[in-house]
Design a protein. Structure first.
Length: 297
């Protein structure tokens, strides 16, 4: 066999060695340990790709996808807190400050995208770093950057109420000069102001103890969120409420103090109006139900 080099390895030997190194590098990339936050992001990205007709997914669906994909080999205990808190951009951070998920009012999650609200203390990454991700998931990063984020940006421009005003009302001044139009707008500027109406009396706040008693009387019954999702609840003494959906308890207890804060804003127009309270979707469903509000609001 010709050496191709004097006193060294043959060209064939060098090619074989390079081939083996390439294989080892590919295997190492495929078996790279994936970070917990990145595994959560990958699972949700795969749900988006496989079900493009849906805008968001429940935490249990993300968990099921992680268990099915087995990106890290086994299911790790840090998965749940990363879904519920560490990766969620619009929640106050605890330890991690990622901005990879966005939580909606109905307790579902979607991938974060530029322009979404993020808590001021969150400055972390919005997607996995390519070098940290096994190569078999790189296509999800490509889809996220060139499709998911871009599609939402285009849709946002098309739905922007300010941009839709372009050219609206141009017929109003079609037959008038600019000076005449401005003069018509200024007509009446020097007229005396109309007398102010007396302020309406402040509405008394609902009786917190009476509302709490109604909540206690109807625990275990079915209530509905604003989007008509059924749920139930159980009281824990006189200090908190546990919510249940499909028979499963939600991960955190609602403190009675949140109920008191929400009563100050009753009747709320939607869950976002009491968004500083825990689980506003369920709390809204309770406080706006006729069984609880009675004739108070």
């Amino acid at each position: 066999m010709p050496t191709g080099r004097s006193g060294g390895l043959t060209v064939a030997h060098e090619l074989v060695i390079q081939y083996i190194l390439n294989i080892l590098e590919a295997v190492a990339s495929q078996t790279k340990t994936i970070l917990v936050a990145d595994e959560v992001w990958v699972a949700l990205a795969m749900l988006h790709r496989n079900q493009p007709e849906r805008a968001s997914f429940y935490a249990s669906e993300i968990v099921d996808q992680i268990r099915a994909e087995k990106a890290a080999g086994s299911f790790r205990p840090g998965i749940h807190p990363h879904i519920y808190l560490h990766c969620v951009a619009n929640l106050a951070p605890n330890a991690a400050r990622y901005r990879m998920l966005f939580k909606l009012d109905d307790d579902t999650y979607r991938l974060y995208r530029t322009g979404d609200y993020a808590h001021p203390e969150r400055r972390g990454k919005t997607a996995p770093k390519r070098n940290d991700l096994p190569t078999r998931y790189h296509h999800l990063l490509d889809w996220y950057e060139t499709n998911y984020c871009r599609r939402e940006a285009i849709a946002a421009d098309q739905d922007d109420p300010i941009l839709q005003l372009w050219g609206l009302g141009k017929h109003i001044w079609a037959d008038a000069t600019a000076d005449d139009y401005v003069a018509s707008l200024r007509a009446g500027w020097n007229a005396p102001p109309a007398p102010a109406e007396p302020p309406s009396p402040a509405k008394p706040l609902p009786d917190e103890d009476a509302i709490w008693q109604r909540i206690a009387d109807h625990q275990g019954e079915t209530f509905y969120t604003k989007k008509r999702l059924p749920f139930t609840y159980r009281l824990e003494g006189a200090s908190g409420i546990w919510f249940f959906r499909s028979g499963k308890r939600i991960n955190k207890r609602l403190h009675r103090g949140d109920v008191a804060k929400a009563l100050c804003k009753c009747p709320p127009e939607g869950p976002s109006e009491i968004g500083e309270c825990f689980d506003p979707s369920y709390l809204y469903g309770v406080l706006t139900d006729p069984r609880i509000r009675g004739a108070d609001w």
